[in-house]
Design a protein around this ligand. Structure first.
Ligand code: GMT
Length: 373
């Protein structure tokens, strides 16, 4: 039994999901898990006697113009390391979490190993900022072990940050108990989707990097060839711009803006195809969520996406911005029922084999073991 601390961004995003699911699955195996975060991780939806939550509290002293959150986090980490005698503190994101963890390790009396998992945005967005590069490199090099969620992210880390450190690829996973096709309830009718409509889905945080407009342009071409609906799930900076675009293109009746949704499993279960047209994506956890619910995917040739989608087997890969090719693949697949079924089946098998949660969790546990022993 190990004692493991976990720090992640608790409010949104795939990294928070992975960190929380990892903690919950390890707790089920008998390990003691201590979340050290600014708020309760949003996916922490199970009560388990092995799971503890330590909230980072901010002090609002009038002398501080900005309350120093990172220092409060490091301080809390150090407290938890000593009180709970943690074996490992596993932080998700180099910035600022690895830096805070290194500081906490210096402060704490109890010996702890720091594991940092890179999720992408820290390298591909923050790493480009020269003022942060050295700090990110320091976080990586001073960690006892570093993992990344795709081969592509390892390469990018070398290119962008120049860190000279072994980085192990441990792919993302989904909890198969939650992500499995739910034989259709009445959702289709509730959303006004006709029985002969094909359903295309996109799920993201509507940041520019997701290029949601290219999902809409691809859908426009699909919809010229067949009855189809596009479900846009999520919210973010580009949301209202996408609304305007849909209205301008005259697609308002066929594009459903669903905003943030908790139960994406049921939405995926009524979908025939998933589109992810991002210009950067270190992994694309939403693709794995879709494949687990038997939904084939079209994604862009960027970052880790080609490591997740098997081209011509579980979906298709297109160049960033190539909406014509995405639409051509989509139309071809959606018009061929037996091929579509084959792709759905392949997607499920690929998700279950290549990204099986227990295998991935075991890879993390083996890594902790190597550090401790
Ligand atoms: O993509 C985002 O905007 C959110 C971000 C996050 O913090 O969860 O996602 C990153 O980590 C995910 C989990 O490993 C990956 O699936 C996403 O591809 C990655 N996002 C980017 O690389 C842009």
């Amino acid at each position: 039994m190990m004692k493991i601390g976990i720090t992640c961004y608790p409010t949104v995003g795939g990294s928070g999901i992975i960190a929380t699911e990892l903690g919950m699955l390890m707790a089920e195996q008998g390990h003691e898990i201590h979340f050290v975060t600014s708020s309760l991780p949003f996916r922490l939806n199970r009560i388990h006697p092995n799971i503890y939550y330590h909230e980072v509290e901010l002090n609002h002293y009038p002398v501080f113009q900005y309350p120093p959150f990172d220092l409060a986090l490091a301080n809390k980490m150090a407290e938890v390391i000593d009180q709970e005698e943690l074996d490992v503190l596993h932080v998700h994101y180099a910035m600022p979490h690895a830096i805070c963890a290194i500081l906490a390790k210096d402060i704490a009396k109890h010996d702890v190993k720091i594991v940092t998992t890179l999720h992408g945005t820290d390298i591909t967005v923050l790493g480009i900022d020269h003022s942060l590069k050295k700090m990110i490199r320091h976080g990586i090099e001073q960690s006892d072990a570093v993992t990344a969620v795709s081969e592509s992210l390892v390469e990018q880390t070398r290119d962008v940050v120049g860190a000279d450190k072994a980085i192990q690829v441990i792919y993302n996973f989904v909890n198969e108990a939650d992500y499995r096709k739910n034989p259709a309830g009445s959702i289709r009718e509730q959303y006004g989707i006709n029985p002969d409509d094909k359903v295309i889905i996109h799920i993201s945080n509507f940041r520019k990097v997701k290029r949601v407009q290219e999902v809409i342009y691809t859908f426009q071409q699909i919809q010229e060839k067949m009855n189809a609906k596009l479900l846009l799930v999520g919210d973010g900076p580009e949301y209202s711009e996408m609304h305007r675009l849909v209205n301008k293109l005259g697609l308002a009746d066929d594009v459903l803006f669903l905003g943030k949704q908790k139960n994406v499993r049921d939405l995926l279960s009524i979908s025939d195809l998933k589109l992810l047209m991002s210009e950067k994506e270190s992994f694309g956890l939403v693709l794995l969520e879709a494949m687990s619910c038997e939904v084939p995917c079209i994604g862009t040739n960027t970052g880790g996406i080609p490591e997740v989608i098997k081209h011509h087997e579980t979906g298709f890969i297109v160049d960033v911005g190539d909406t014509d090719q995405a639409a051509a693949y989509a139309i071809d697949l959606l018009q061929n029922e037996s091929r579509l079924q084959q792709f759905s089946h392949n997607a499920l098998i690929h998700a279950r084999n290549r990204f099986y949660s227990q295998d991935i969790v075991q890879q993390y546990i083996d890594l902790y073991d190597q550090l401790i022993n």
